[in-house]
Write a protein that binds this ligand. Structure first.
Ligand SMILES: [Zn+2]
Length: 97
């Protein structure tokens, strides 16, 4: 079941996806939320520059690997506007999100 706070994160993902589209990119956005509900990081798709790995689901993996403990990563949640691709799903598994 999705609660109101989760809906707010999902709406932010759609806003980020819209920003990506308006910037000439593909419409995807993601929000990384800590265990206490704090938004830790967010991003939108950035593949238009030529780097096809710049998915917004991949950035939270890099961000959290550099800044969060394994326990914090395990307790965090990635909200995203679309289902993860295999690259991003693997990245989340590798960093323990
Ligand atoms: Zn991806």
């Amino acid at each position: 079941m999705v609660d109101e706070s989760e809906l707010a994160y999902l709406r932010r993902c759609v806003e980020l996806a819209t920003e990506a589209l308006e910037a000439g990119d593909e419409p995807f956005g993601s929000v990384l939320v800590g265990a206490d509900g704090t938004v830790l990081a967010e991003d939108h798709n950035r593949v238009a520059g030529g780097d096809r790995t710049r998915h917004p689901e991949f950035e939270p993996a890099r961000w959290s690997a550099a800044r969060l403990t394994p326990e914090e990563r395990a307790a965090a949640t990635v909200h995203t506007s679309g289902e993860h691709c295999p690259m991003c799903a693997a990245a989340h598994a590798w960093v323990g999100l």
